[in-house]
Design a binder for this molecule. Structure first.
Ligand SMILES: Nc1ncnc2c1ncn2[C@@H]1O[C@H](COP(=O)(O)OP(=O)(O)OP(=O)(O)O)[C@@H](O)[C@H]1O
Ligand SMILES: [Mg+2]
Length: 163
């Protein structure tokens, strides 16, 4: 897998005042996703990456009661209406090479990937991806989110800020 360098720029920024605002952004992003997309969810422990992923998976039609965090399994796969979605949490990945056993090649080529702790992939993290970067804000339930991607992503996410 080649890790090419792609010009990424800021596409979107929002202050998410509570967990519902985070879920709402995930629901809007879900409508823009398609086969082959790789979305890197970045930010510190407890910032809301899994919360965002759960809302996104729900918005794509997953109705089963539980959407587990892949904290220990490292990956969960969902067969959705339009594509398969792989949700990775690579926090506990000891060696980037181990990601191949989790099926990253299949995920990247045959579905949509949501990746928590994407830095663990090192050189295997594809350059063509969308970065969703979360940080803590002033109040307990507030977060800042910045979305970065290449020009093609910027075109696709043009309406993200609008209802
Ligand atoms: N605005 C917000 N957006 C997202 N989560 C929020 C927000 N405000 C409070 N929370 C709470 O913060 C916690 C976020 O936990 P979550 O498991 O989603 O974090 P994470 O980034 O996946 O952490 P980890 O790196 O451990 O996987 C949840 O308990 C959630 O309810
Ligand atoms: Mg998480």
């Amino acid at each position: 897998m080649a890790n090419i360098t792609v010009a990424m720029s800021q596409i979107y920024q929002e202050e998410l005042s509570n967990f519902r605002a985070t879920a709402h952004l995930a629901e809007r992003l879900a409508q823009c996703l398609r086969f082959g997309d790789i979305v890197a969810l970045q930010g510190p422990l407890g910032v809301g990456k899994t919360t965002f992923a759960r809302a996104l998976i729900r918005a794509l039609g997953w109705t089963e009661s539980e959407i587990p965090s892949p904290t220990f399994t490292l990956v969960q796969q969902y067969d959705l209406a339009d594509f398969s979605l792989w949700h990775f949490d690579l926090y506990r990945l000891e060696d980037a090479e181990d990601a191949f056993e989790l099926g990253i090649e299949e995920a990247f080529s045959e579905g949509v990937s949501l990746i928590e702790w994407p830095d663990r992939l090192g050189r295997y993290l594809p350059g063509t991806r969308l970065d969703v970067l979360f940080s803590f804000a002033e109040s307990d339930d507030a977060r800042c989110v910045t979305i970065e991607g290449d020009a093609a992503w910027a075109d696709r996410l043009d309406g993200l800020g609008h209802e």
